[in-house]
Ligand binder design. Structure first.
Ligand code: NZQ
Ligand code: ZN
Length: 384
């Protein structure tokens, strides 16, 4: 096992009706900016519950943080927060609203041009405190310190992270997810699944606890994922999806083990150039990535085949092929397509995607740092 420091300061408040707990979490004299997306929280009653919990506090609402939140929109929220002298942010929505709020929180305390946080890896040392009310289980953003921000004008989508951008608390009420359209619940299950894979399917590190936790999350997601689509109002199913997605990317299973993240980085370029949902890109890239990396990942692919998919018969190569096929079939069963051509994107896109990847310095990806542009090209080609 590798050395690690693990500290996660986010308080999780889980269960039906827990939005009322906001009253105990936010100072009475706070000036709050509620940040939100395109209106789902108005239609499903979540905003009303949040407002009731805030009671007499002074608050403002910023609407319009889009999926794959953009710098352009977020800077408008920064201006509003400055004008209203806001001292606490409350993100109410999915990963995009939460990621966007982390950027707003950092930008408010940042001396200089905030886009540098994304492009120049300028360290964020301070941020306005914020909490979240999660309505879409997927990204883990509710219990981690990362965010992914897009720049519409430049066609960029880039990640950042900082010790200062952990949420103070996150409210996870599974009933807020009842209103999710099937596409978003499917996206969430696939995203969480791939988060686990990025931290598990690398090479053996004698990390038995992390491996078994990761396998437990993968098995849970394959068990409850289809049910979450079929029975949208099953509280227990939604509760399990929600907690699994949070645990998939809160640092726990990734502590002390090698990590990959190449699938995510190749996926971000597809979103930036073609506008696909984050999880749609992952379902396309991962099967191709595993195929191209089957030698480097051989031992863990065999473990994954046996422990997650119960594949025990045949040669090593047959078992690996069967595990990659099972992964693809799971995504397809969740109704998330696994080829670029399913979205009318053909091989003429491979070079533009690769050019962006190189522009972003993504030239030594993966757990060994040996995914060069040539390897990425093979992955994109295979993903068509
Ligand atoms: O905008 P509104 O109206 O709220 O609608 C949203 C949006 O259209 C809707 N939605 C959310 N909750 C709902 C709901 N509709 C009905 N009922 C509800 N309860 O769902 C749509 C998608 O929302 P979004 O927040 O974009 O989805 P998701 O949570 O999948 O977040 C995706 C973003 O997170 C980033 C992705 O790259 C992408 O930008 N990621 C963040 C990570 C992190 N912070 O650690 C890691 C991930 O790998 C990922 O990269
Ligand atoms: Zn993801």
């Amino acid at each position: 096992m590798e050395h690690f420091t693990y500290h996660n300061p986010t308080r999780i408040i889980f269960g039906e009706g827990q939005i009322a707990a906001l009253d105990a979490e936010i100072a009475r004299d706070a000036i709050v900016l509620i940040t939100s997306g395109g209106g789902s929280i108005k239609r499903n009653g979540v905003l009303e519950e949040v407002e009731a919990a805030l009671g007499e506090r002074e608050y403002f609402v910023f609407e319009g943080i889009e999926p794959n939140p953009t710098y352009e929109t977020l800077m408008k929220a920064v201006a509003l927060a400055r004008e209203k002298k806001v001292d606490f942010l409350l993100a109410v929505g999915g990963g995009s609203v939460i990621d966007g709020t982390k950027f707003i929180a950092a930008a408010l305390k940042f001396d200089g041009e905030p886009w540098d946080i994304l492009t120049k890896q300028v360290q964020v040392r301070d941020a306005v405190p914020f909490g979240t009310v999660l309505t879409l289980p997927a990204t883990g953003s509710e219990m981690n310190n990362g965010g992914v921000i897009s720049h519409r004008a430049k066609g960029d989508k880039l990640p950042f992270r900082s010790e200062a951008t952990y949420p103070r608390f996150s409210v996870l009420d599974p009933t807020t997810t009842f209103s999710l359209p099937p596409r978003q619940i499917a996206n969430g299950v696939v995203d969480a699944f791939v988060h686990v894979v990025e931290q598990y399917l690398t090479y053996p590190a004698h990390a038995k606890v992390q491996d078994r936790f990761a396998e437990g999350l993968l098995l849970t997601l394959t068990e409850v994922g289809p049910g979450a689509m079929a029975n949208p109002h099953d509280y227990d199913v939604r509760a399990n999806v929600m907690w699994a997605a949070t645990l998939a990317l809160n640092g726990l299973i990734g502590a002390g083990v090698p990590q990959d993240w190449a699938t995510h980085m190749l996926g971000h370029e597809i979103t930036a150039l073609h506008g696909l949902d984050h999880a749609q890109t992952l379902a396309i890239v991962l099967p191709a990535m595993l195929e191209v990396r089957r030698e480097e990942k051989r031992y863990k692919l065999l473990q994954y085949a046996e422990r997650v998919w119960n594949i025990r018969d045949g040669s090593e190569d047959d078992r690996i092929t069967a595990a990659i096929d099972a992964t693809r079939e799971f995504f397809e069963r969740m109704t998330v397509k696994t080829h670029l051509s399913d979205y009318q994107i053909d091989s003429s896109s491979v070079e533009p995607l690769l050019a962006k990847l190189m522009e972003h310095g993504m030239t030594a990806l993966g757990e060994h740092g040996d995914i060069t542009p040539d390897v990425s090209r093979r992955v994109y080609q295979l993903a068509v």
